[in-house]
Design a protein around this ligand. Structure first.
Ligand SMILES: CC(C)(COP(=O)(O)OP(=O)(O)OC[C@H]1O[C@@H](n2cnc3c(N)ncnc32)[C@H](O)[C@@H]1OP(=O)(O)O)[C@@H](O)C(=O)NCCC(=O)NCCS
Length: 314
Protein backbone atom coordinates (compact mmCIF):
# COMPACT_ATOMS: atom_id res chain seq x y z
CA UNK A 1 0.00 0.00 0.00
CA UNK A 2 1.59 3.23 -1.17
CA UNK A 3 -0.14 5.70 1.19
CA UNK A 4 -0.37 8.42 -1.46
CA UNK A 5 -3.01 9.28 -4.03
CA UNK A 6 -2.67 10.26 -7.66
CA UNK A 7 -4.79 12.89 -9.35
CA UNK A 8 -4.47 14.89 -12.57
CA UNK A 9 -2.79 18.30 -12.29
CA UNK A 10 -5.27 21.17 -11.91
CA UNK A 11 -4.70 24.90 -12.30
CA UNK A 12 -5.31 25.34 -8.56
CA UNK A 13 -2.30 23.05 -7.90
CA UNK A 14 0.19 25.38 -9.62
CA UNK A 15 1.41 27.25 -6.49
CA UNK A 16 2.13 23.93 -4.73
CA UNK A 17 3.69 22.51 -7.90
CA UNK A 18 5.91 25.59 -8.32
CA UNK A 19 7.21 25.37 -4.76
CA UNK A 20 7.86 21.62 -5.11
CA UNK A 21 9.78 22.18 -8.37
CA UNK A 22 11.69 25.17 -6.93
CA UNK A 23 12.81 23.01 -4.00
CA UNK A 24 13.70 19.89 -5.97
CA UNK A 25 14.89 21.12 -9.39
CA UNK A 26 17.64 23.57 -8.57
CA UNK A 27 18.95 24.90 -11.88
CA UNK A 28 15.69 26.22 -13.37
CA UNK A 29 13.38 29.12 -12.48
CA UNK A 30 9.86 28.14 -11.33
CA UNK A 31 6.70 30.10 -10.57
CA UNK A 32 2.99 29.38 -11.03
CA UNK A 33 3.09 31.58 -14.18
CA UNK A 34 6.01 29.63 -15.66
CA UNK A 35 4.26 26.32 -15.00
CA UNK A 36 1.01 27.64 -16.51
CA UNK A 37 2.87 28.69 -19.65
CA UNK A 38 4.98 25.52 -20.00
CA UNK A 39 2.36 22.94 -18.97
CA UNK A 40 -1.28 24.08 -19.04
CA UNK A 41 -0.86 26.38 -22.05
CA UNK A 42 0.94 23.77 -24.14
CA UNK A 43 -1.53 23.24 -27.02
CA UNK A 44 -1.31 19.48 -26.39
CA UNK A 45 -1.84 19.66 -22.60
CA UNK A 46 -3.75 16.65 -21.36
CA UNK A 47 -4.53 16.31 -17.62
CA UNK A 48 -4.42 12.52 -17.91
CA UNK A 49 -0.72 12.75 -18.83
CA UNK A 50 0.06 15.04 -15.88
CA UNK A 51 -0.38 13.00 -12.69
CA UNK A 52 0.39 14.47 -9.27
CA UNK A 53 0.95 12.50 -6.05
CA UNK A 54 -0.52 13.66 -2.73
CA UNK A 55 -0.14 12.50 0.85
CA UNK A 56 -2.46 13.94 3.50
CA UNK A 57 -3.33 16.95 1.32
CA UNK A 58 0.34 17.71 0.54
CA UNK A 59 1.78 17.54 -2.94
CA UNK A 60 4.70 15.07 -2.84
CA UNK A 61 5.42 14.47 -6.52
CA UNK A 62 4.50 15.29 -10.08
CA UNK A 63 5.36 14.23 -13.60
CA UNK A 64 4.33 16.15 -16.69
CA UNK A 65 3.84 14.12 -19.84
CA UNK A 66 2.99 15.17 -23.38
CA UNK A 67 1.72 13.26 -26.42
CA UNK A 68 3.65 13.20 -29.69
CA UNK A 69 2.44 15.69 -32.30
CA UNK A 70 3.56 15.05 -35.85
CA UNK A 71 2.15 18.35 -37.16
CA UNK A 72 4.21 20.43 -34.71
CA UNK A 73 7.18 18.03 -34.85
CA UNK A 74 7.20 17.33 -31.13
CA UNK A 75 8.11 14.12 -29.36
CA UNK A 76 5.89 12.46 -26.75
CA UNK A 77 7.26 11.69 -23.31
CA UNK A 78 7.92 13.37 -19.97
CA UNK A 79 9.07 17.00 -19.77
CA UNK A 80 9.30 17.59 -16.02
CA UNK A 81 9.26 15.44 -12.89
CA UNK A 82 10.07 15.80 -9.22
CA UNK A 83 9.47 14.03 -5.93
CA UNK A 84 9.83 15.69 -2.51
CA UNK A 85 13.15 14.75 -0.90
CA UNK A 86 11.65 13.06 2.13
CA UNK A 87 9.42 10.91 -0.11
CA UNK A 88 12.09 9.51 -2.39
CA UNK A 89 12.98 5.86 -3.03
CA UNK A 90 9.43 4.77 -2.21
CA UNK A 91 8.27 4.33 -5.79
CA UNK A 92 6.45 7.66 -6.23
CA UNK A 93 8.21 8.58 -9.49
CA UNK A 94 7.86 4.99 -10.68
CA UNK A 95 4.08 5.18 -10.30
CA UNK A 96 3.88 8.60 -11.96
CA UNK A 97 5.93 7.38 -14.94
CA UNK A 98 3.90 4.13 -15.15
CA UNK A 99 0.76 6.26 -15.56
CA UNK A 100 2.23 8.39 -18.33
CA UNK A 101 4.03 5.66 -20.26
CA UNK A 102 1.01 3.29 -20.10
CA UNK A 103 -1.27 6.00 -21.45
CA UNK A 104 1.16 6.98 -24.20
CA UNK A 105 1.54 3.32 -25.21
CA UNK A 106 -2.25 2.80 -25.15
CA UNK A 107 -2.55 5.69 -27.62
CA UNK A 108 -0.05 4.08 -29.94
CA UNK A 109 3.12 6.05 -29.10
CA UNK A 110 6.17 3.95 -29.88
CA UNK A 111 8.54 5.77 -27.54
CA UNK A 112 8.81 8.10 -24.58
CA UNK A 113 11.36 10.90 -24.65
CA UNK A 114 12.87 12.59 -21.57
CA UNK A 115 12.74 15.54 -21.18
CA UNK A 116 12.60 17.22 -24.58
CA UNK A 117 8.91 16.41 -24.96
CA UNK A 118 5.82 18.45 -25.79
CA UNK A 119 5.65 21.91 -27.34
CA UNK A 120 6.41 24.11 -24.31
CA UNK A 121 9.49 22.65 -22.66
CA UNK A 122 11.82 23.32 -19.75
CA UNK A 123 15.04 21.78 -21.08
CA UNK A 124 16.29 20.41 -24.33
CA UNK A 125 17.36 17.14 -22.71
CA UNK A 126 18.18 16.01 -19.19
CA UNK A 127 20.75 18.35 -17.65
CA UNK A 128 23.37 15.89 -16.40
CA UNK A 129 23.63 17.70 -13.07
CA UNK A 130 20.30 16.10 -12.08
CA UNK A 131 22.11 12.96 -10.96
CA UNK A 132 19.17 11.21 -9.26
CA UNK A 133 16.99 11.82 -12.29
CA UNK A 134 19.61 10.34 -14.60
CA UNK A 135 19.90 7.24 -12.35
CA UNK A 136 16.12 6.93 -12.19
CA UNK A 137 15.66 7.21 -15.97
CA UNK A 138 18.40 4.69 -16.72
CA UNK A 139 16.90 2.26 -14.20
CA UNK A 140 13.58 2.65 -16.07
CA UNK A 141 15.12 1.70 -19.39
CA UNK A 142 15.79 5.13 -20.92
CA UNK A 143 18.99 5.30 -22.96
CA UNK A 144 20.96 8.17 -24.42
CA UNK A 145 19.71 9.21 -27.85
CA UNK A 146 21.52 12.50 -28.39
CA UNK A 147 22.96 15.46 -26.56
CA UNK A 148 23.09 19.23 -26.46
CA UNK A 149 24.41 22.15 -24.50
CA UNK A 150 23.43 25.53 -23.12
CA UNK A 151 25.76 28.51 -23.05
CA UNK A 152 25.85 31.52 -20.73
CA UNK A 153 26.47 35.07 -21.91
CA UNK A 154 27.55 37.76 -19.44
CA UNK A 155 25.03 40.43 -20.45
CA UNK A 156 26.69 43.15 -18.38
CA UNK A 157 30.12 42.63 -19.96
CA UNK A 158 29.03 42.23 -23.60
CA UNK A 159 28.49 45.26 -25.84
CA UNK A 160 25.05 44.59 -27.32
CA UNK A 161 24.38 47.85 -29.15
CA UNK A 162 23.83 47.11 -32.85
CA UNK A 163 22.99 50.57 -34.21
CA UNK A 164 26.23 51.02 -36.20
CA UNK A 165 26.22 47.47 -37.49
CA UNK A 166 22.56 47.70 -38.53
CA UNK A 167 23.22 50.95 -40.38
CA UNK A 168 26.10 49.26 -42.25
CA UNK A 169 23.93 46.23 -43.10
CA UNK A 170 21.23 48.49 -44.52
CA UNK A 171 23.64 50.70 -46.44
CA UNK A 172 25.84 47.93 -47.78
CA UNK A 173 23.39 45.06 -48.31
CA UNK A 174 19.85 46.43 -48.09
CA UNK A 175 19.18 44.32 -44.98
CA UNK A 176 16.89 45.70 -42.27
CA UNK A 177 16.32 44.32 -38.80
CA UNK A 178 13.17 44.89 -36.80
CA UNK A 179 11.01 43.64 -33.96
CA UNK A 180 7.97 41.84 -35.31
CA UNK A 181 4.34 42.35 -34.22
CA UNK A 182 1.38 39.96 -33.91
CA UNK A 183 0.26 41.13 -37.38
CA UNK A 184 3.35 39.40 -38.84
CA UNK A 185 2.29 35.95 -37.57
CA UNK A 186 1.38 34.23 -40.84
CA UNK A 187 4.33 35.61 -42.76
CA UNK A 188 6.79 34.54 -40.09
CA UNK A 189 5.25 31.06 -39.81
CA UNK A 190 5.45 30.56 -43.59
CA UNK A 191 9.07 31.77 -43.78
CA UNK A 192 10.41 29.73 -40.85
CA UNK A 193 8.54 26.56 -41.85
CA UNK A 194 9.82 26.77 -45.42
CA UNK A 195 13.38 27.85 -44.70
CA UNK A 196 14.23 25.40 -41.92
CA UNK A 197 12.17 22.41 -42.95
CA UNK A 198 15.20 20.71 -44.44
CA UNK A 199 18.37 19.53 -42.71
CA UNK A 200 20.42 22.68 -42.17
CA UNK A 201 23.81 23.26 -40.55
CA UNK A 202 21.79 24.28 -37.50
CA UNK A 203 20.08 20.95 -36.85
CA UNK A 204 20.42 17.33 -37.98
CA UNK A 205 16.72 16.89 -38.75
CA UNK A 206 14.03 19.11 -40.27
CA UNK A 207 12.59 21.44 -37.65
CA UNK A 208 10.61 23.92 -39.75
CA UNK A 209 7.20 23.56 -38.09
CA UNK A 210 8.71 23.26 -34.61
CA UNK A 211 10.70 26.45 -35.16
CA UNK A 212 7.70 28.20 -36.74
CA UNK A 213 5.71 27.38 -33.58
CA UNK A 214 8.49 28.82 -31.40
CA UNK A 215 9.17 31.94 -33.51
CA UNK A 216 5.49 32.88 -33.58
CA UNK A 217 5.12 32.16 -29.84
CA UNK A 218 7.43 35.16 -29.37
CA UNK A 219 4.74 37.36 -30.95
CA UNK A 220 2.35 36.63 -28.07
CA UNK A 221 4.70 38.19 -25.51
CA UNK A 222 4.65 41.87 -24.57
CA UNK A 223 6.78 43.28 -26.08
CA UNK A 224 7.10 40.61 -28.77
CA UNK A 225 10.49 38.87 -28.46
CA UNK A 226 10.89 38.00 -32.15
CA UNK A 227 13.44 39.93 -34.25
CA UNK A 228 13.88 39.40 -37.98
CA UNK A 229 16.11 40.42 -40.87
CA UNK A 230 14.53 41.37 -44.17
CA UNK A 231 15.87 42.22 -47.64
CA UNK A 232 13.80 43.41 -50.59
CA UNK A 233 10.57 42.55 -48.77
CA UNK A 234 11.64 38.97 -48.05
CA UNK A 235 12.45 37.61 -44.60
CA UNK A 236 15.98 36.27 -44.28
CA UNK A 237 16.63 35.52 -40.60
CA UNK A 238 15.17 35.53 -37.09
CA UNK A 239 16.03 35.30 -33.41
CA UNK A 240 13.63 34.89 -30.49
CA UNK A 241 13.78 34.64 -26.70
CA UNK A 242 11.61 33.22 -23.91
CA UNK A 243 9.81 30.65 -26.01
CA UNK A 244 11.95 27.50 -26.13
CA UNK A 245 12.32 27.88 -22.34
CA UNK A 246 11.87 30.83 -19.96
CA UNK A 247 14.72 33.36 -20.04
CA UNK A 248 16.46 31.52 -22.89
CA UNK A 249 17.56 32.65 -26.33
CA UNK A 250 16.64 30.50 -29.28
CA UNK A 251 15.94 29.31 -31.79
CA UNK A 252 17.61 31.61 -34.28
CA UNK A 253 18.57 31.15 -37.92
CA UNK A 254 19.74 33.04 -40.98
CA UNK A 255 18.84 32.05 -44.55
CA UNK A 256 21.80 30.79 -46.63
CA UNK A 257 21.81 33.85 -48.94
CA UNK A 258 22.22 36.25 -46.01
CA UNK A 259 24.92 34.34 -44.17
CA UNK A 260 28.40 35.73 -43.73
CA UNK A 261 27.25 39.38 -43.58
CA UNK A 262 26.97 39.71 -39.80
CA UNK A 263 23.17 39.37 -39.82
CA UNK A 264 23.28 36.52 -37.28
CA UNK A 265 25.47 38.54 -34.91
CA UNK A 266 23.15 41.54 -35.08
CA UNK A 267 20.03 39.41 -34.51
CA UNK A 268 21.72 37.60 -31.62
CA UNK A 269 22.71 40.86 -29.91
CA UNK A 270 19.25 42.39 -30.38
CA UNK A 271 17.62 39.36 -28.77
CA UNK A 272 20.15 39.26 -25.91
CA UNK A 273 19.55 42.99 -25.32
CA UNK A 274 15.89 42.11 -24.65
CA UNK A 275 16.97 39.75 -21.88
CA UNK A 276 19.25 42.42 -20.44
CA UNK A 277 16.47 45.02 -20.58
CA UNK A 278 14.42 42.69 -18.36
CA UNK A 279 17.15 42.87 -15.73
CA UNK A 280 18.86 39.56 -16.41
CA UNK A 281 22.62 39.50 -15.77
CA UNK A 282 23.17 36.26 -17.66
CA UNK A 283 21.60 35.30 -20.98
CA UNK A 284 21.27 31.60 -21.66
CA UNK A 285 21.59 30.32 -25.21
CA UNK A 286 19.27 27.34 -25.33
CA UNK A 287 20.57 24.35 -27.20
CA UNK A 288 23.54 26.11 -28.72
CA UNK A 289 24.08 24.33 -32.06
CA UNK A 290 26.86 26.42 -33.65
CA UNK A 291 28.66 26.95 -30.32
CA UNK A 292 31.76 28.46 -31.93
CA UNK A 293 29.57 31.21 -33.39
CA UNK A 294 28.23 32.12 -29.93
CA UNK A 295 31.67 31.83 -28.32
CA UNK A 296 33.20 34.20 -30.87
CA UNK A 297 30.43 36.79 -31.16
CA UNK A 298 29.35 37.21 -27.51
CA UNK A 299 31.99 35.22 -25.55
CA UNK A 300 29.40 32.58 -24.62
CA UNK A 301 30.57 29.79 -22.28
CA UNK A 302 29.22 26.25 -22.00
CA UNK A 303 27.02 26.13 -18.89
CA UNK A 304 25.13 22.84 -19.04
CA UNK A 305 25.24 19.59 -20.99
CA UNK A 306 22.11 17.61 -21.77
CA UNK A 307 21.32 14.11 -22.78
CA UNK A 308 18.25 13.36 -24.78
CA UNK A 309 16.91 10.06 -23.37
CA UNK A 310 14.57 7.62 -25.07
CA UNK A 311 12.68 4.52 -24.08
CA UNK A 312 10.78 2.30 -26.53
CA UNK A 313 7.20 1.64 -25.40
CA UNK A 314 5.47 -1.65 -25.98
C1 LIG B 1 14.46 11.47 -9.88
C2 LIG B 1 13.37 11.43 -8.82
C3 LIG B 1 12.07 11.99 -9.42
C4 LIG B 1 13.12 9.97 -8.41
O1 LIG B 1 11.98 9.91 -7.57
P1 LIG B 1 11.70 8.65 -6.58
O2 LIG B 1 10.27 8.69 -6.22
O3 LIG B 1 12.71 8.68 -5.49
O4 LIG B 1 11.98 7.41 -7.54
P2 LIG B 1 11.56 5.87 -7.27
O5 LIG B 1 11.43 5.61 -5.81
O6 LIG B 1 10.35 5.57 -8.08
O7 LIG B 1 12.86 5.14 -7.87
C5 LIG B 1 12.76 4.05 -8.75
C6 LIG B 1 14.15 3.55 -9.10
O8 LIG B 1 14.90 4.56 -9.75
C7 LIG B 1 16.31 4.45 -9.38
N1 LIG B 1 16.71 5.62 -8.58
C8 LIG B 1 15.92 6.61 -8.10
N2 LIG B 1 16.66 7.51 -7.41
C9 LIG B 1 17.93 7.09 -7.46
C10 LIG B 1 19.16 7.55 -6.93
N3 LIG B 1 19.20 8.67 -6.16
N4 LIG B 1 20.28 6.86 -7.17
C11 LIG B 1 20.26 5.73 -7.89
N5 LIG B 1 19.12 5.21 -8.41
C12 LIG B 1 17.97 5.88 -8.20
C13 LIG B 1 16.38 3.19 -8.52
O9 LIG B 1 16.58 2.09 -9.39
C14 LIG B 1 14.97 3.15 -7.91
O10 LIG B 1 14.62 1.87 -7.46
P3 LIG B 1 15.08 1.37 -5.96
O11 LIG B 1 14.71 2.48 -5.01
O12 LIG B 1 14.28 0.12 -5.74
O13 LIG B 1 16.56 1.16 -6.03
C15 LIG B 1 13.79 12.25 -7.59
O14 LIG B 1 15.12 11.86 -7.20
C16 LIG B 1 13.77 13.74 -7.78
O15 LIG B 1 12.72 14.37 -7.59
N6 LIG B 1 14.90 14.36 -8.20
C17 LIG B 1 14.95 15.81 -8.42
C18 LIG B 1 14.10 16.24 -9.59
C19 LIG B 1 14.86 16.19 -10.89
O16 LIG B 1 16.07 16.18 -10.92
N7 LIG B 1 14.09 16.18 -11.98
C20 LIG B 1 14.71 16.22 -13.28
C21 LIG B 1 14.44 17.49 -13.98
S1 LIG B 1 12.98 17.36 -14.94
Amino acid sequence: MSGWELQPLRRADLPAAASLCAREIEHLPFSPAILADRILDDPDFDPALNPTAWRGGRLIGLACGAPPNERLQTAGGVKLFAVARQERRRGVATQLFDEIEDRLAARGAGESIAVIAGNNRFMQGLDLRYTEALCFLEARGYTRAGDGMDMDVDLRAQPLDTAAQEAALERGHGVRLRRMTPADHDRVWAYVEREFEFPSPLAPTPIGRRWAYLATAGLKLDPPTLHTAERGGALGGFAVTDVAAPGRLGPMGVSPDLRGLGVGTALLKRALADLRARGLAVGVIYGAGPYAFYARTVAARTSAVFWRLRKPLT
